[in-house]
Every structure is written in structure tokens, then in C-alpha cells.
Write a protein that binds this ligand. Structure first.
Ligand code: F6P
Length: 320
């Protein structure tokens, strides 16, 4: 193995830069050359890349976003896209490819690997933490802490004005951010796609809380748990509370990575190079029981990650 390629793909996540730095710093002393495709798979398809060295990646550790930039490349869902990606990798003589991204990116990576035989290692980076086979992903901890800081501030004004706030957090398909930030913020209600809810019951819960003398509250809602405007409207109409809506949006994707996101990025980045050198062909760097282990990339990109119902029930029990 002489030349490895790296790309950051899909939604960016704080810590992607720290992972890139770790990959380069682990690869160069082992005699490998490293290229980085720009703008994720879009840059791969356009054959846009830069050579990376350990001096260049110095200073990236604390930066949010991704130095290599990213994109959502629809073309990778087509056969033409996959075959173009294979041509570019082969044309450049790439011996191993490291994809820092989420499960959509890993699906395309598996197809590239199957079509070309080029070893590919996935480094899971997604604020959503929705990748099977790993307990956590790069960027998740940062996003949860960003959302938590915002919700703590919202809690202050909610209490002062005796209002209920519906706070929408990211999580298009899954509710892992909503669950963890909801528990940490003591949210009175947490709405996630994984747990069906009846809006009447949500209203009753808030009315019950009000009867016990609590005059404000926070409803944390994942994007994928329904229309937050409708939820706000229903709560306002049926609970007697004045209700406000806050959509946290993309602030959760940016910002300096937390120590936890950086440590994970360092470990996973270094492990991805090690896995390539060990001859692994299609794996993801995963955390299981606190250790970094290889997990089949296909498993990671096709299996649905289980939702922690116990944690959800705990959150609900503690905030009633
Ligand atoms: O990367 C995951 C995610 O942040 C989801 O939580 C969110 O729904 C989506 O990306 C937003 O994507 P985009 O930035 O492409 O609008």
C-alpha cells in the first residue's frame, strides 16, 4: 500500500477535521502518501484532490466543518456514479480509500469497494449518531452539547415568561440527539420518530405538569418526529400554555468539536489507517464497549441502529 485517499462526505460533523489530521499523521510515518478528494463524492467524481501532509493538517484539530469540504452527491446513487468513482480511484492508483461520513456515504463506499476491490474503511462521522455497529459517531457529542447549551438558555426565558417551548433538534430519521439532549436538559416531553405519540397524551402530560404547579416546560422534538409547527399549534390550542417554537437547525452541525468528539476522531482516524495496513477490505472503525473495533461496513450501512427505549423511559420518568 503506497497511496491512500480520504474524503469527508454527506452532512458535515464537528471532528471531521480532527479525524483527517489523525489519518494523515498516522499514514505519513508509515511511508504512505495521502490525497484528499474535495467536496466529498462530488470532488471524487470530478477528480479534484489535494495532496495532504502532516504540516498542512496541523491546526485542524479544533476546527468545526471540514477542511476538505463536503456535499451530498446524488450521482452516487446511480451505477454511472459508482463506475466513475471507481475509474477515478483506479486512475490515480489509489490503494486504499478512507471515507469519513455517515451511512448514506457508506452505502456508496460499499458499492465502490465491490466494483473495484479497492479496500475501503469508513470512519463514522454524523451528528445524528444513527450508524449501526458503533455506540457513537464523531460529532454527536458536540451536537448534543450545542443543543443543550441552547435549550438551557431557552429554559431560562421559558421559566421567566411561564411558557412552553417546542424545541426542534436535528435528526431527520432518528431521535438520538433528541433523546440525549432531552434527558440532559430535563425536557418535560421528548418526541422522536422511534416512539409513536398521541398529541392528546402530550397535551395531557403538560396539563398534568401544570396542575402540579409547574408553569413552564420544554418539549424537545426531533426533526423526524413530525411537523413542529403543528405540534406547537396543538399544544397552544389544548393546554392553555403560551407556546413558542425554536428550531435549532444547522448550529448543531457547526462549532468547535468537544474533547469527546476530538478524542474519538483521533482514535478512529488512526485506526482506519491501521485497518488498511492490516489488509482489511471493507470495515468501519466502531466503538464497542469503549474500544475501537472493526465492523463490516455493509452491516453498518444497511442495518437500523436500535433505539435505547430504556433511556427514553428514564427521561420521561425523571421529568414528569
Ligand atoms: O447530517 C445529518 C443531518 O444533520 C440531519 O440531522 C438533518 O436532517 C440533515 O442532515 C440536514 O441536511 P442538509 O444540511 O443537507 O439540509
Amino acid at each position: 500500500m503506497k497511496l491512500i485517499a480520504v474524503a469527508t462526505t454527506g452532512g458535515d460533523a464537528p471532528g471531521m477535521n480532527a479525524a483527517l489530521r489523525a489519518i494523515v499523521k498516522a499514514a505519513i510515518p508509515r511511508g504512505l502518501r495521502v490525497i484528499g478528494f474535495e467536496r466529498g463524492y462530488a470532488g471524487l467524481l470530478a477528480n479534484d484532490f489535494v495532496f495532504l501532509d502532516d504540516v498542512l493538517v496541523d491546526g485542524l484539530m479544533h476546527l468545526g466543518g471540514t477542511y476538505l469540504k463536503s456535499s451530498r452527491a446524488e450521482a452516487m446513487k446511480t451505477e454511472d456514479g459508482i463506475s466513475r468513482a471507481v475509474d477515478v480511484l483506479e486512475g490515480n492508483g489509489v490503494d486504499g480509500f478512507i471515507v469519513i461520513g455517515g451511512n448514506g456515504s457508506f452505502r456508496a463506499a460499499c458499492e465502490i469497494q465491490e466494483a473495484s476491490g479497492i479496500p475501503i474503511i469508513g470512519v463514522p462521522a454524523s451528528i445524528d449518531n444513527d450508524i449501526a455497529g458503533t455506540e457513537t459517531t464523531i460529532g454527536f457529542d458536540t451536537a448534543v452539547n450545542t443543543a443543550l447549551e441552547a435549550i438551557d438558555k431557552i429554559r431560562d426565558t421559558a421559566t421567566s415568561h411561564e411558557r412552553v417551548f417546542v424545541v426542534e433538534v436535528m435528526g431527520r430519521n432518528r431521535g438520538f440527539i433528541a433523546l440525549e439532549v432531552g434527558l440532559a436538559a430535563g425536557a418535560e416531553v421528548i418526541l422522536v420518530p422511534e416512539v409513536e405519540y398521541d398529541i392528546e397524551e402530550v397535551c395531557e402530560r403538560l396539563k398534568g405538569i401544570s396542575r402540579r404547579g409547574k408553569r413552564s416546560g420544554v418539549v424537545v422534538m426531533a426533526e423526524g418526529a413530525g411537523d413542529c409547527m403543528r405540534v406547537k399549534g396543538a399544544l397552544e390550542e389544548r393546554t392553555g400554555f403560551e407556546v413558542r417554537l425554536a428550531r435549532l437547525g444547522h448550529i448543531q452541525r457547526g462549532g468547535r468539536p468537544t474533547a469527546r468528539s476530538r478524542l474519538l476522531a483521533c482514535e478512529m482516524g488512526a485506526a482506519s489507517v491501521k485497518f488498511l495496513l492490516e489488509g482489511r477490505k471493507r470495515d468501519m472503525t466502531a466503538v464497542q464497549a469503549g474500544r475501537i473495533v472493526p465492523v463490516d461496513l455493509k452491516y453498518a450501512s444497511t442495518v437500523e441502529k436500535p433505539f435505547d427505549r430504556r433511556l427514553y423511559d428514564l427521561a420521561m420518568a425523571l421529568s414528569s
